[in-house]
Design a protein around this ligand. Structure first.
Ligand SMILES: Nc1nc2c(ncn2[C@@H]2O[C@H](COP(=O)(O)OP(=O)(O)O)[C@@H](O)[C@H]2O)c(=O)[nH]1
Ligand SMILES: [Mg+2]
Length: 326
C-alpha cells in the first residue's frame, strides 16, 4: 500500500475520519497533510505514546545509527528511553536561531552530550538559517553503520524540518515532509533515499502535558518563540516581584535574574506584593547558583547566585530547576 509522502500514514480512500485519507486513489499526499501544507489547517491526530515506544524498541534492537533531535529552546526533561538508546548516536541541537547569537556553543555541546549515552558527535544546527548542514551531512556519512539512519526525538523538536533541508540540499527529490508547530504531524516511518543511505523520519514522543495547552490563542501568539530571544537582565538589590503575563509571578531579594522568554511576553517589575496572587500556586525554593528555572515550552529564568525565590505559578503550569547551560 502507498504511504503519504507528508506524514507516512498508509493511504486509503474509505474513511475520511481516519489517517491517510485521500479522495483520489493516485494521490501521494493525504488530505490532512494537504491541508496543513497549503492552508496551515491542522487536524488533531489521536496518536499516543503507545505508538512511540514500539518504534524505539525496534530501533534499539537494530545496529543502526540514530540521530536524536533536541529543540534547544523546547527545554523539557529528557525521556529515559531516548537518553539510554544503545545505538551509536548523533545528537542534533536545533533551532539555534532562537537563542542569543552571542552564546558559547561549546558549553551547550558539553551540557547535552553528557546526558545521552553513546553520543559520537553533537552538532548545533538551525534549519531556518541552514546552519551547520554540511557538517551534519558529512557526520552522518562518517558514522552510519548500515544503509538506515533513524531520526528520533520529541514531537515538534524539528525533525521533519531538518530532513526537508537535507532533502533540499543533498538530493534531487522533489518532496517535502509535512511540518507544523503542533504535535503528531508525522504519523509513521517516512523513508527518504539519499545517495549513500536512507534517512527514516519517525513520529515524535509526546509530552504528557504541555504548558501550551492551557493558553488561549492570543496568549499563545505572545508566548511562542519565533525569533532570536533578547535576554532581559535585572539586578535585584531589594525585595522585588516580577510579573510575567498572567501566569508567573517571581519574588526575590538579591542577585542577577535573566529572563529567556519570547520578546513579546511582558515582564513587569514591581516592589510591592501584587494583589492578584490568590489564583496562583505558591512555591518557596532555594535555587543553586548558575541554575535555570525552566517552564517547558515557555522559557526559562536564569539565576546566577544561590538565592531564595518565591514562585507563584498558574496551577496548570509546570516547572523544574536545572543547571544552566548558557
Ligand atoms: N526557528 C526555528 N524553527 C524551527 C526550526 N526547525 C523547525 N522549526 C519549527 O518547529 C516546528 C516543528 O517542526 P517539525 O519539523 O514539524 O517537528 P517534528 O515534530 O520534530 O517533525 C515547526 O513550526 C517548524 O517550523 C529551526 O531551526 N528554527
Ligand atoms: Mg515530524
Amino acid at each position: 500500500m502507498n504511504k503519504c509522502s507528508g506524514c507516512g500514514a498508509n493511504l486509503q480512500n474509505k474513511d475520511a475520519s481516519l489517517e491517510g485519507y485521500v479522495t483520489k486513489k493516485e494521490a501521494t499526499l493525504c488530505e490532512r497533510c494537504f491541508r496543513i501544507q497549503n492552508y496551515n489547517d491542522y487536524q488533531k491526530s489521536n496518536k499516543t505514546n503507545n505508538d512511540f515506544f514500539p518504534i524505539m524498541e525496534k530501533i534499539s534492537h537494530s545496529n543502526d545509527l540514530v540521530i536524536v533531535v533536541i529543540d534547544l529552546f523546547h527545554t523539557i526533561e529528557f525521556n529515559d528511553i531516548m537518553k539510554n538508546l544503545p545505538n551509536d548516536t548523533i545528537l542534533v541541537l536545533t533551532k539555534r536561531d532562537l537563542l542569543p547569537h552571542s552564546l558559547y556553543e561549546e558549553k551547550l555541546i558539553t551540557y547535552f552530550s553528557k546526558q545521552f549515552s553513546h553520543v559520537l558527535k553533537t552538532i548545533i544546527i538551525s534549519s531556518k538559517n541552514n546552519y551547520h548542514f554540511d557538517l551534519l551531512y558529512e557526520t552522518i556519512i562518517k558514522y552510519k553503520k548500515s544503509d538506515e539512519v533513524y531520526v528520533v526525538g520529541y514531537t515538534n523538536a524539528g525533525k521533519s524540518t531538518m530532513i526537508n533541508q537535507l532533502i533540499y540540499h543533498y538530493t534531487k527529490l522533489n518532496c517535502k515532509i509535512t511540518t507544523s508547530n503542533l504535535p503528531s504531524t508525522t504519523l509513521n516511518f517516512i523513508r527518504i533515499p539519499f545517495s549513500n543511505f536512507t534517512l527514516i523520519d519517525t513520529p515524535g514522543l509526546l509530552t504528557d502535558k504541555s504548558n501550551l495547552d492551557y493558553l488561549c490563542k492570543t496568549e499563545l501568539d505572545k508566548v511562542v518563540v519565533k525569533k532570536e530571544i533578547r535576554p532581559r537582565i535585572y539586578q535585584v538589590k531589594q525585595e522585588t516581584f516580577f510579573k510575567l503575563n498572567d501566569f508567573i509571578r517571581l519574588n526575590c531579594s538579591c542577585g542577577n535574574i535573566i529572563f529567556y522568554f519570547s520578546n513579546s511576553l511582558t515582564i513587569e517589575r514591581v516592589y510591592k506584593m501584587p494583589k492578584d496572587l490568590e489564583n496562583f500556586q505558591y512555591y518557596q525554593i532555594t535555587v543553586p547558583q548558575n541554575s535555570d528555572i525552566v517552564f517547558p515550552e515557555l522559557g526559562f529564568i536564569k539565576i546566577t547566585k544561590e538565592t531564595d525565590v518565591g514562585l507563584y505559578v498558574d496551577k496548570n503550569i509546570s516547572f523544574y530547576v536545572r543547571e544552566s547551560y548558557l
